[in-house]
Design a protein around this ligand. Structure first.
Ligand SMILES: [Zn+2]
Length: 476
């Protein structure tokens, strides 16, 4: 294409990079592995934050902030946790020109620093549940990075809760996964499979990890969010105890859960096309762009006046931007806003002014329609709604069409290679079989899905008995 965007069919990965760069979502930074989130990309993140933060607070959590630095001894207190995270940590050895007595790790996640404080704050059952969320940056040293999907530093939210009983903690873990699923589907317009991770794929230090998994347009899986049932592992390591109603001293039961700026990458890969981004109206920084069309000064004034009236009429119901830049032609602007994925374009020219009408064009379908100015606001809001739903439906159909029951390993391997699928296959539960499948096909178990029926079958690898199918895919 003239705009220098590789087509998805030609090279999906290059297409993704082209879109992220050209739509000005992010850029490579002078620091290897770290990205700069540009204003347009950050505006999407702000919308994600605002809408998710409300859900987190409505579910009873409060926001707080904990230190970026974690003493090495903290990380070492939970054996699985340090083993999982230490190799990918950045470590501070010097401060103020002197070698530190104890190394400080730049947080890869905040369980340890937060639970050291929980141990101080939690005394009795009256202090429970403790429901805290943090919006922060974290650092995980990555060798191979991709904008938004895998960078050394990224932004996220991490919720950390403590409860009196195992049942309450489990309920919280599942409740938060449910909120992530609702958010992914209703706000980002991305359908997800929810379920539990296999032991090999779970969080370092957790009893169980629950996940939501989405299919991107290259048929690979992207993990959008996880929620961990931590049991008492960290409570024991950090001595987080409370006095129960009965007067006994007990360890708390904990959960943690998070989503990150990776969600922006998901929106790009789930919805975009060869012309650029397609943003779901609920997270789009601009919902409607008005492109005025005029030839001379007289028509310019008239057209701009109507554009302003339309923007005012829409008011707070959608974010409207009037593109009155004079140095660009309307055609150039159309392309530019298509690249940026604005869900709805309104064109107003001298003839539209005369006829008291506007032209509306949906980004996802490209269909034009002429609407009387008197009916404009209602129709704009309808089209935004239809776009939001349409994106979800299109994405869901694509995923469902590419989620297949596969019972033969050779067929499984071939389809994973091309065109790529989510395979619902039997698995006996053995970590060896799981590792062998990954070795042979690069596919991993994305989740053991909720709500899947018990079904007798044979493990895709070893042929031993299995009583349910799990979802395998190649993933980001
Ligand atoms: Zn097996």
């Amino acid at each position: 294409m003239e705009k220098g965007i590789t087509s998805r069919a030609e090279d999906f990965s290059q297409w993704y990079n082209d879109i992220v760069m050209r739509a000005e979502l992010a850029d490579y930074s002078p620091v290897k592995g770290c990205m700069v989130i540009r204003p347009y990309g950050y505006a999407i993140w702000e919308n994600i934050q605002r809408l998710l933060d409300k859900r987190i607070k409505d579910a009873g959590h409060q926001n707080a902030y904990f230190p970026l630095f974690i003493p090495e001894s903290f990380l070492r207190k939970e054996a699985d946790h340090v083993e999982g995270f230490a190799p990918e940590c950045a470590v501070v050895t010097h401060g103020g020109g002197k070698k530190l007595e104890e190394n400080l790790y730049v947080r890869p996640t905040s369980e340890t620093i937060m639970y050291a404080m929980y141990a101080k704050w939690i005394r009795s059952w009256r202090d429970l549940p403790m429901l805290i969320n943090q919006w922060a940056n974290v650092v995980r040293w990555e060798m191979r990075t991709r904008l938004f999907l895998r960078t050394t530093e990224f932004l996220w939210q991490e919720g950390h809760t403590a409860h009196a009983t195992a049942e309450e903690a489990e309920e919280e873990t599942l409740k938060m996964l449910g909120i992530y699923k609702e958010f992914a589907e209703n706000v980002l317009a991305i359908p997800v499979y929810d379920g539990v991770k296999s032991d090999a794929e779970k969080f370092a230090g957790a009893l169980r990890t629950y996940t939501i998994e989405a299919m991107m347009q290259d048929r690979k899986a992207l993990q959008l969010g996880t929620s961990h049932s931590l049991g008492q592992n960290f409570a024991k390591a950090f001595d987080v105890k409370f006095q129960s109603k009965e007067g006994t001293l007990e360890y708390v039961w904990q959960t943690s859960w998070g989503v990150s700026t990776r969600l922006i990458g998901a929106v790009v890969m789930a919805h975009g096309d060869d012309k650029g981004l397609i943003l779901p109206p609920r997270v789009a920084p601009i919902g409607v762009v008005i492109v005025p069309i005029f030839k001379d000064e007289a028509s310019r004034a008239k057209v701009l006046a109507v554009a302003k009236q339309c923007k005012e009429a829409i008011g707070d119901a959608a974010t409207v931007h009037i593109d009155d830049r004079e140095q660009y032609t309307p055609g150039w602007k159309f392309n530019d806003w298509e690249l940026k994925g604005v869900p709805l374009r309104m064109e107003i020219g001298p003839r539209d002014v005369e006829k008291q009408q506007v032209v509306l064009v949906r980004r996802d379908e490209g269909k034009k329609e002429i609407v009387a100015q008197s009916a404009m606001k209602g129709r704009v809001l309808e089209l935004l709604d239809e776009t939001q739903r349409g994106l979800f439906e299109r994405c869901k159909k694509f995923r469902d069409d590419n989620t297949l029951d596969v019972d033969d390993l050779r067929e499984f391997a071939a389809k994973m290679e091309s065109p790529g699928i989510f395979a619902r296959s039997h698995w006996c539960g053995s970590a060896d079989c799981e590792a062998a499948v990954k070795d042979q096909t690069k596919a991993t178990i994305r989740c053991i899905p909720f709500g899947s029926n018990e079904e007798k079958g044979k493990c895709i690898l070893c042929g031993k008995e299995s009583n349910r199918r799990v979802i395998f895919a190649r993933s980001y």
